[in-house]
Every structure is written in C-alpha cells, then in structure tokens.
Design a protein around this ligand. Structure first.
Ligand code: T1G
Length: 699
C-alpha cells in the first residue's frame, strides 16, 4: 500500500510496520500543512487493523527543525503538535521515531512522545527554544525530565545546547543508535519489540521523574550559573521560565505540568525579548542573501592561504581548519611562524580543557596547517586572506606579490578592519576577485564576518565567499567600503561619546556599568582595554583623545596590565586612580566642564551614537537592510540579541522619539548629535524604515 499524500509519505513494511516520512524542505519545519497531514495519517493508521507499529521519520537533510517560527506571528492553526503527540503516545500500536542528523524544538518534542527513539550516531538533539526567548511549548519540559532526569533536562533546556547521539544513548533519550540503514534497522527494532510477550508500549507521560536525592533548591542552585549566563544581568524571562516548568515535573501531574508549560510558553512568545530574538533569527538568514546580487554557481575552496600569523591570522587559520579546509600560513621568519603555531596550539589546548575538542582532534587539525616563509607556497590556494597589521602600504605590497604568485582564479581577500579595499584592488589585475573578509577577534570564536564588496567585486566571488562563510560557520553580512565598514564605523562614534562622558566627569567603570545593565557583556572602556589601546595608534606628541592620553602614559590596555582599568590578574579590571586622574587632567586642558548625567542619559547617549550612524550608513547604501546592521551588532559587538540590534531598537523606540532625543542632544551638546538626514526624512514623511528599504531596493 502506498499513500502519495503530501507532505507525508507512507509505506507499510512486512509485518504491519508503517513508515511515515515527513517532508517539508529544507529542514522539515512542522508547519500547518505538515502537521495536518501527519495527524490525519496517524489517525488512519490507528484505525488500520493490519498496522502493528508506526515509525516516524523524515526526508531531507534532517529529522526536523521544529515548529515553524513564522507561525508565532500568524498563530497556529489546524492540527496542533499536542494532537500529534497524543496520537503517537496514546496509540495502541508501537510508535518509534527514527531520527537522522538533527531533531530540534518541536521536532524533538514529537519524538519524545513516541514510545521509542532510534537515531544515527551523528544525530544531535536540541531544545533551542530559549535562544528564541521562549520555552519548549510542546511538552519538552515535561517529557525530557521523565526520560533523562531533571538535572540533565535542565541543562539541555536552559542552555539550548545540542546533545550528541552518544550522550543521548547514555542518558536514555535514545534507545538504539544505527550506524547505517536507519530505516531498515528501525523496522528490525520494531519487529523485535512486537515479538515481546508483554506489550512493548511505553508512554513517556507515564514515567516517574527520578530525583536521585536532589532537593529542588540544589537543582535550582546548580542551574543558576547557566540562567545568569543566558539572562546576563537583565530581566530576560525565558531561562527562568524553563527552570520553573521543568521543576513542575516534581510536584505536578503530567497533565497539569503541560497546562502550566503552555501558559509560560504563550507568555514568553508575546514577550519583547522573544520578538527581538525572532527578528535576529530571520535577519541572520536574510543577511547572507544580499538584495543586489545575482545568484549563481559557487566555487569551493580546497586550500586557503593566510598571510600573517598574528592574533587575527592565527584565529582565522583555526576557523578554516575547523571546517576541514587545509591552510598554508605565511610569516616573514621561521621564528614568527614558530610563535604563531605555539599560539594556535595554546588556544586549542584551552578548547581541549573546555571539552570542545579531544586531543586527537587537535592533532588532526594542527596537521592541516602548513607554515611557510615563501609566498610561492600560496600558488595552489583558491583563496588567500591577508591578515597583517593595519598599514595600507604594507598591504598594497602584499597584494602585488599575491598577484604574481597566485593562480589567476585565486580570490584575494584582506582582513583589514577599515582600510580602503578599492585601493588594494588597484594593485592587482583580477580586480573582480578582490574583497574584504573582516573577521572579529577572537576570530575562531566571534560569529560575525563582514564581507566587504569593492566597486568591482563580482557577484560570483561574493556568492562563493558566502558559501565559504557558511562552511566555516560564520554569520556573513555583505557591506560596502567606507572607513571602518559598518561595525567599526559605528563603534568609533560610540567610543567617542564614551570618552566625552568620561571627560565630563562620569568615571569609565560607571559608564561601563550602565551599558552592561543594558545587556552588553562589557562596556566601551573595558572593550577598548581588551582590544588594545595602541591598535592603530599613531605615536604623536599631542593627544587628540583619551586613547592617545592612555597610550602616551604607557597604558595600553589588558596586554600590559593597565589601560582605563588596572589589571592585576590580566582579565578582571579594577577602576584605576591613575587613569581617572589622567582623564581629569585632559578635561582641564581641553576646558571641558563637568556635567551631571544620570544612568538613563548615559545609556541614551551611547545607544543613539550607534543608531544615528546606522541611519547614515544605511542611507549611503553601505548595507542594504537595517536588519543587516542588527546582525553585525548582535554577532560582532555583543549587542544583547533579545534587544534585537540597534536599528530594531530604534524602531521599537519610535523614530520620532529617536529624532526628538537627538535634536535635544544637539541643542545641548553640539553638532556631533546632528540627526541623520534619513531619520529626519522618515519622520517627516511618516514612513516606516521597512517601507523605505523596499522603495530604495527597487531603485
Ligand atoms: N522555523 C521557520 N523557518 C526555519 C526554521 C524554523 N524553526 N528553521 C529553519 N528555518 C528556515 C531558515 O529561516 C532558512 O530559510 C531555512 O529554513 C534553512 O535554515 C513548540 C516552539 C535547523 C540548524 O529554533 O537552528 O519548535 O532563509 O539557513 O544552517 O517547543 O535553521 O532559506 O528562507 O538556518 O542548515 C525551534 C531553528 C523552533 C531551530 C538548520 N527550532 N533553526 O541550519 O539552515 S520553536 C529552532 C536552526 C519550537 C516548540 C517550539 C537552523 C537549523 P531561508 P538555515 P542550516
């Protein structure tokens, strides 16, 4: 018997074992069409006397990415996940989920409602809802603890991190792992279960939660660090709601626990944080599909060259080899190469300690980097990334060299954080194959990659590099050329205002505290200390700004233990009397009068400095969408994702309010605060930013 009912495929194997394939490409999100089809198939199978067992599996490249997030806005209609779960869990036939590659969110939750679960050994299981500002809303907080215990369920649900197949088997989430022939093996597994004398039906909802002598207080305490990490300092409710709902399994019946979970879920879905996180989710996917590019074939990279093995070059090398692409790293001497390799090794050792990699994996990875002092060794590379220090003449000389040694097809990229890449392109013949790849320190960790398109970079090159970005797990945003590109150009304004606030008498640590209170992991002064105050510093005799003042007094930041803060143990800064005195003296020289600002005025000034520049960047066409700026700030600069990014924040605040605040600041504190013309235009014409983008992209 074969049923062509889309988007479900059904086959009945010998012995009355029904196999249901879900299919909703690319990632089998459980949208209404799929839910309805799945539910009606389950109902028919339940009635079919010949069917003894049901295997739920999926086509496409994973089991399921869970609920369709788009339906959070439009509302869920048709069969619910709960209907499907009840059909699976209460079925009189044995139900088995056969999971390949990944089961996330609602995808995992329907598998939890099956009587058994089998998977392939590379599969991962995730309840990532917390990353969307919600809690699992289809029984995840009630069934997972029943299967793997409260503590492990708390860890998974509060962190939103994936569980490996190996751990899934060890914890009792998965019954069997099958290396190959998942469906055939699942059928065999079902056949064995059917042969059991006693009914093999095993309902997760009927299982007892095992407490293992743990008190509720000790469980809460154990997860507190994770909750704080996710929630940072502010009132992000989702992690706390996850804890509340999981702990309900101790005192509430399954039915009451589910009802309570549903209430918490719907409250969270409507929260401002969740709306912002949904915006970030879709913006990140949109950002790597630029509006003004013709899509076409992409080439793939088999070997990448990196020129410069410093902090950035080394981090980029790690990122590339982590994706399985071999690297040739060029330095100017054997000693420098040795130093670079030692740093890379040291970083990997930290990853081994953290449990991210095994020692064996690190050995394998290190064998993929080949060091050389000869540019000629770059001749086989498909992509070369220059990552030397910020000196345009040096970079030009390197591009000239690359032009002669590299094959004509090789793409040449610069990791400059703001120099004019059009100038570098002039040094080579293959101008259409030159672009910027701006990684962010630490390059092997920070998710953002600004892909900088010059006047001449071809669409084919951009497409190829975007595919590469995906392979190396970076969130790419295509930007145009301007000093500092998008992220740094905005951050310059923000740091400038932070300096101004300090000169007007607000101590650096107080400025930092305000912005951390907003949700950034660190404030502008701590950030400057971490980056290194002497980065790009021109050693002049007269100071222009506070950065110069600090450098002239050998206060270079964390690297030498003193910057805007003093560092006793290298990482944690304490407010510095000397730095504060230098700031006061400089304010006196510059005749800057102290001013009183409360925390909200400090916050407004720093955020508006970013936002106003964002509008200018948008108007100049350096990025095409406001959401691209949000992605840059969330993934590269620590803007709290649950506040959606600077442009999203501005829209939520109301553009007229942003304009009003900027105009007020301009009246009181000068031209720095002149509102961006685009912002004025939008307010005057009562146009939404979204509509302006639509209009603009049509031109
Ligand atoms: N909803 C809607 N669209 C989704 C989606 C989802 N859950 N997951 C992916 N997409 C779209 C995505 O926008 C993109 O679209 C395309 O699929 C490919 O995605 C009740 C409430 C699964 C690991 O949070 O983490 O279940 O841009 O480019 O790199 O408790 O997508 O091509 O138009 O990211 O291979 C919980 C989110 C939902 C999973 C695949 N699930 N997705 O990564 O491809 S809430 C999630 C991901 C829930 C229940 C609750 C990743 C991925 P377009 P992609 P990828």
């Amino acid at each position: 018997m074969e049923n062509k009912h889309e988007p479900i495929e059904l086959k009945i194997a010998p012995g009355g074992i029904a196999v249901l394939w879900m299919s909703h490409p690319p990632v089998n999100t459980l949208n209404q069409e799929l839910r309805d089809a799945l539910f009606s198939n389950l109902q028919s199978l339940e009635k079919d006397k010949n069917v003894q067992a049901i295997i739920l599996t999926a086509k496409n490249n994973m089991f399921s990415a869970g609920a369709d997030i788009k339906e959070f806005q439009s509302g869920f209609k048709g069969a619910s996940l709960e209907d499907i779960q009840n059909a699976l869990e209460q079925s009189k036939k044995i139900t088995i989920a056969a999971i390949h590659k990944a089961a996330l969110g609602g995808g995992l939750e329907i598998a939890l409602a099956c009587h058994y679960r089998v998977a392939d050994p590379i599969a991962t299981f995730t309840l990532p809802e917390v990353t969307l500002g919600i809690i699992p809303g289809a029984g995840g907080t009630q069934r997972l603890p029943r299967l793997i215990g409260i503590q492990k369920a708390l860890e998974m649900i509060v962190s939103g991190r994936p569980l490996s197949a190996k751990k899934g088997k060890e914890y009792g989430l998965i019954d069997e792992l099958f290396k190959d022939r998942l469906i055939e093996n699942a059928i065999e597994f079902a056949t064995k279960l059917l042969k059991k004398a006693k009914s093999a039906i095993r309902k997760t909802c009927d299982m007892n939660v095992k407490l293992k002598n743990q008190s509720v207080q000790s469980l809460e305490k154990g997860i507190q660090n994770e909750v704080n990490k996710i929630a940072r300092k502010v009132g992000f409710i989702a992690p706390k709601s996850c804890v509340e709902s999981v702990l309900n399994t101790i005192d509430l019946s399954f039915k009451d626990g589910i009802a309570h979970e549903r209430d918490l879920f719907f409250k969270a879905v409507l929260s401002a944080e969740s709306q912002a996180l949904q915006h970030v989710f879709f913006s990140q996917r949109k950002a790597c599909k630029p509006i003004d590019i013709n899509y076409g074939n992409t080439a793939s990279f088999h070997h990448v060259g990196i020129v410069g093995g410093g902090l950035m070059g080394g981090g980029i090398a790690m990122t590339v080899i982590n994706a399985g692409i071999p690297v040739t790293l060029i330095e100017t001497s054997e000693e420098k190469l040795e130093k670079s390799f030692a740093n890379i090794k040291k970083n990997y050792e930290i990853s081994v300690k953290n449990g991210r990699f095994t020692s064996k994996e690190v050995v394998e990875r290190l064998s993929m980097i080949n060091g050389s002092v000869d540019f000629g060794d770059l001749r086989y590379c498909d992509l070369v990334i220059e990552a030397v220090y910020e000196d345009i003449e040096l970079k030009k000389a390197i591009f000239q060299k690359l032009n002669t040694v590299c094959a004509p097809n090789t793409i040449l990229a610069s990791n400059t954080s703001g120099l004019d890449i059009n100038e570098l392109a002039k040094e080579v013949d293959r101008k259409e194959k030159v672009l910027g790849l701006h990684f962010f320190s630490p390059a092997n960790v920070t998710k953002l990659l600004e892909v900088v398109k010059t006047d001449k970079t071809s669409d084919h090159v951009i497409n190829t590099v975007l595919a590469f970005a995906k392979a190396i797990k970076k969130n790419a945003v295509v930007v145009g050329v301007c000093p500092g590109f998008v992220g740094n150009r905005m951050i310059f304004k923000y740091v400038d205002r932070a300096y101004e606030l300090a000169l007007k008498g607000i101590k650096p640590h107080l400025v930092d505290e305000v912005i951390q209170g907003f949700g950034f992991p660190m404030g502008p002064f701590a950030m400057m200390d971490l980056t290194g105050l002497d980065l790009g510093w021109k050693n002049t005799l007269e100071a222009d700004d506070l950065r110069d003042v600090m450098c002239m007094h050998d206060r270079l930041g964390q690297k030498n233990g003193k910057g805007f803060y003093d560092y006793k143990d290298h990482r944690k800064g304490v407010p510095s009397d000397e730095a504060n005195q230098l700031i006061q003296e400089f304010a006196r020289i510059k005749q800057i009068e102290p001013c009183q600002f409360d925390d909200s005025q400090v916050q407004t000034q720093l955020l508006l400095a970013l936002i106003n520049e964002g509008f200018k960047i948008l108007e100049e066409g350096i990025v095409k969408r406001p959401s691209d700026i949000d992605v840059i700030y969330v993934y590269g600069y620590g803007w709290p994702a649950y506040k959606g990014g600077p442009m999203y924040y501005a829209q939520k605040l109301g553009l007229h309010k942003v304009l009003e605040q900027l105009s007020e600041l301009k009246d009181k504190h000068g031209d720095f605060w002149t509102p961006a013309p685009l912002l004025e235009h939008l307010v005057e014409t009562k146009m939404r930013l979204k509509d302006w983008v639509m209009d603009h992209s049509r031109n």
